[in-house]
Design a protein around this ligand. Structure first.
Ligand SMILES: Cc1cc2nc3c(=O)[nH]c(=O)nc-3n(C[C@H](O)[C@H](O)[C@H](O)COP(=O)(O)O)c2cc1C
Length: 619
């Protein structure tokens, strides 16, 4: 299972590459003053755990977050979970050429909902084919590996997906729970649900998609920082599902009022037994470390069918217990590695963030808010199905390509959470595609390092995605920053110039010295409102901040491809060094993800093979 993709990205962003003897970063434990006045002792402990995790897993110029001192190739985790003994239900392969439904244009998804398609074997197949399936196999020398529609740090793919649906003709005569097997593009039916009662509580025509993470897959390579990457990947997977659903005229919302145990029951997880967290990092045979951590459940429903809909989470949770607890689960989870390493802080942090059921949580389906389209020509009529399946991370940028200013502004308009169609819109509420899947107001902004945009001075810029944070951002950052709207910037685009000047070397240094950050048209860092999100909302906002960055990243990937270039997510960056550049002190705002957008250089040594039928290896 040794593959070149893993090696390439290991070379690019492994702690090992930079510092074989990583030192433990000092733990800046948060004190009582950090917590909101209403927090209980347990909440206080959970907050301390999260701040401890976040600080301990920062990379800095001198120290990288703790990780393995060499990669144990013999125990590289199998990227494909299977439930041995469950019934395998093949889905349809629907390349664009044989698609029965017309593909909407990419740009149209941001303007208004697409034509509604009914739920059927073929549309469910398309949803998964265009979001979480394999999109190619790559080969060079004696290495062969698969790539997927959704990206993943180090191509390790910790995210698993489940479909929980009512009876669907040609799929199942009964409601069912199934695990999605991407290599086979098939559903593994894990259980059949007696009765449609659960679905009666959801919007008409709805079904659920659940996502879970196998931390071990990512921790195998990245050690303690892996929990962050798993959550980035969840965000990308959410974004991928929302985009593929939109092709079919379906809206998607996270059922975020549900608690951890509701999610566990819905996806039928827990079969590997409880993982006992050791008190320090340990190595050995730890089969239960391969458990899946339930992250979230998304409700997928016809656009417009939920406008009058209201959901009582307490009632839904009781129904889940009533319906799911008695189910018989088919299939045994396959083993992914023979031996493991447990980076205990990951599991302690995940434990501290197990969300309870939120009885008071409000589930609303707000009207779709369109985004501004500067000109039809920018996306050259690209079809969304073409874009999602050809998305690829750039491993190199050419350092030459200059982006047109209107393309730059258009990409950023599509990054706004509240849309921008029809007059001035205040940014904050997540009403626009695809951010409307999230139930909270935007917490994530972006600082841009502009290198090659025609007619725009190079320098630092800031995209404000929640205008309620604007004054706090200004106060928290360097007083010398200009906060000037750039020339020609659309009225609705909340973009500000901070300072002029060449920032190529700076952006490269901050992104763990990776050339892709400086050889692009622009790179960026996603800055989250941190203390307040965790203390005023709740500690379980921590993974959610990463999910929000992942969805934003997914938009950047697709935007780049739709305008004919490419992008790459960058999980390796020096946290506090970025804060220093911005003048950020304390943890009111924290950098959570980097990204780069530019013209890719292809590696001609690597050959591309079709996704299906692929070779019969697990890689
Ligand atoms: C959260 C995240 C972090 C990543 N970090 C880096 C990085 O620091 N450097 C890099 O070259 N690629 C990075 N990547 C790109 C992955 O290596 C890439 O997604 C993976 O190899 C799969 O390739 P694909 O995106 O073409 O499907 C990252 C991707 C994600 C989703």
């Amino acid at each position: 299972m040794l593959n070149i993709s893993s090696r390439l990205s290991l070379f690019l962003h492994s702690p090992l590459f930079f510092s074989p003897s990583t030192t433990f970063l000092s733990n800046t434990l948060r004190t009582a003053s950090m917590s909101s006045s209403s927090s209980s002792p347990n909440e206080e402990e959970s907050l301390n755990q999260v701040f401890k995790y976040h600080n301990q897993t920062k990379h800095s110029f001198n120290n990288y977050a703790r990780g393995p001192h060499g990669l144990d190739w013999a125990n590289q985790p199998n990227p494909f979970r299977r439930y041995i003994g469950s019934h395998l239900l093949p889905l349809q392969h629907l390349p664009l050429s044989s698609s029965t439904t017309p593909s909407p244009s990419y740009a149209s998804l941001f303007v208004s909902p697409s034509t509604l398609q009914p739920l059927s074997l073929s549309t469910l197949s398309q949803l998964l084919y265009d979001s979480l399936s394999l999109s190619a196999w790559k080969t060079t020398g004696d290495s062969t590996w698969s790539l997927r529609v959704n990206p993943s740090s180090g191509n390790l793919h910790p995210t698993e997906a489940y479909v929980i649906a009512p009876a669907i003709g040609s799929v199942s005569d009964y409601p069912f729970v199934a695990h999605y097997a991407p290599k086979e593009h098939s559903l593994e039916v894990r259980s059949v649900i007696g009765g449609e009662g659960l679905f009666g509580l959801l919007p008409k025509g709805a079904f659920l998609v659940g996502l879970s993470s196998i931390f071990w897959r990512e921790a195998w390579k990245y050690g303690e920082r892996a929990f962050r990457y798993c959550n980035h990947d969840v965000g990308h997977a959410i974004g991928a599902v929302v985009v593929a659903a939109a092709e079919l005229g379906w809206d998607v919302k996270m059922l975020d009022g549900l608690g951890y145990s509701d999610l566990e029951k819905l996806m039928g997880l827990g079969g590997l037994g409880k993982f006992e967290i050791p008190s320090r990092p340990v190595k050995g045979k730890l089969p239960s470390i391969e458990f899946e951590h339930p992250d979230c459940v998304l409700v997928v429903f016809p656009h417009g069918s939920g406008s009058e809909f209201s959901l009582d989470y307490e009632c839904l949770s009781s129904k889940i217990s009533e319906v799911m607890e008695e189910l018989e689960w088919k299939g045994k989870a396959n083993s992914l590695s023979k031996e493991h390493v447990c980076w205990d802080i990951i599991y302690r942090t995940a434990e501290a963030m197990k969300k309870p059921l939120s009885i008071d949580s409000r589930f609303g389906i707000e009207p779709f808010q369109g985004s501004e389209l500067i000109s039809d020509g920018i996306y050259k009529g690209s079809l969304v199905r073409q874009i999602v399946r050809k998305r690829r991370s750039a491993v190199d940028m050419d350092g030459v390509h200059v982006m047109k200013k209107e393309i730059f502004y258009q990409i950023l308009l599509h990054c706004l959470p509240s849309g921008s169609q029809g007059g001035k819109v205040k940014q904050g509420k997540q009403l626009a595609f695809p951010f409307r899947v999230l139930s909270w107001d935007s917490e994530v902004h972006a600082v841009l390092f502009v290198h090659r945009v025609e007619g725009l001075p190079n320098g630092l810029y800031f995209l404000v995605r929640n205008e309620d944070h604007f004054e706090d951002l200004k106060k928290a950052t360097r007083s010398a920053f200009e906060w000037e709207k750039p020339e020609g910037c659309p009225d609705n685009l909340t973009l500000y110039r901070l300072s002029k000047g060449d920032c190529q070397q700076q952006s490269k240094r901050l992104s763990c010295h990776q050339d892709i950050a400086s050889d692009s048209c622009f790179s960026l860092g996603m800055v989250a409102r941190f203390d307040q999100a965790l203390c005023d909302k709740n500690v379980w906002m921590y993974p959610r901040l990463f999910w929000e960055t992942g969805i934003l990243g997914q938009v950047l990937y697709l935007e780049a491809h739709a305008v004919g270039i490419a992008a790459t997510g960058i999980g390796c960056y020096f946290d506090d060094a970025v804060h220093e550049v911005l003048g950020l002190k304390g943890s009111a705002f924290q950098i959570l993800y980097h990204f780069t957008v530019g013209s890719p250089v292809l590696d001609k040594r690597i050959m591309s093979l079709p996704a299906y039928p692929g070779p019969t290896i697990d890689a």
